[in-house]
Design a protein around this ligand. Structure first.
Ligand code: 5GP
Ligand code: ZN
Length: 138
């Protein structure tokens, strides 16, 4: 299924050109136009899903193995020393293109800085209560 108004549908299906690093029946992997580091790649399913929650299981289950293949290639061919796998869902999470995609961002010992966050703190009782609430819904 594709969405005629979606730029990533057009890129994934070859209607708009992009620097493609991998393609199969389900996915196209392209280089990000605004790379966070040299070689920053995006895994795009060819079918349109707004986010990970909408994705069919058969597609979602292939994302991590493919991200690993892309990341390994970054280590062997770009001399990356590591990589981040990042996937944003919703505006508050930083999603700007509403077609499911996975970022694979190579990391180099001399930077730029890795994806990070500021650790907070939580009381054990709060963790327990949150865990119980989530457990009931998963
Ligand atoms: P998000 O913030 O939605 O997780 O990430 C969207 C990403 O897509 C951004 O990193 C942005 O640079 C990239 N991007 C947006 N439009 C295009 C495009 O037309 N071509 C390519 N190659 N990347 C794009
Ligand atoms: Zn789309």
């Amino acid at each position: 299924m594709r969405d005629d108004d979606c730029i990533f549908c057009k890129i994934a299906n070859g209607e708009i050109p992009a620097a493609t690093v991998y393609e199969d029946a389900d996915f196209r992997v392209i280089l990000d136009l605004g790379p966070a580091a040299k070689g920053h790649a995006l895994i795009l399913p060819k079918s349109h899903y707004k986010d990970i929650c909408e994705a069919e299981h058969a597609v979602a289950e292939k994302l991590f193995p493919l991200a690993a293949r892309v990341g390994k290639a970054m280590k062997t061919k770009l001399q990356a020393s590591g990589f981040n796998v990042v996937q944003n869902n919703g505006t508050s999470a930083g999603q700007t293109v509403f077609h499911l995609h996975v970022h694979v961002i190579p990391r180099y010992d001399d930077g730029p800085a890795m994806v990070t966050w500021t650790p907070g703190s939580a009381e054990p009782e709060e963790l327990k209560s949150i865990a119980e609430s989530l457990k009931a819904a998963i």
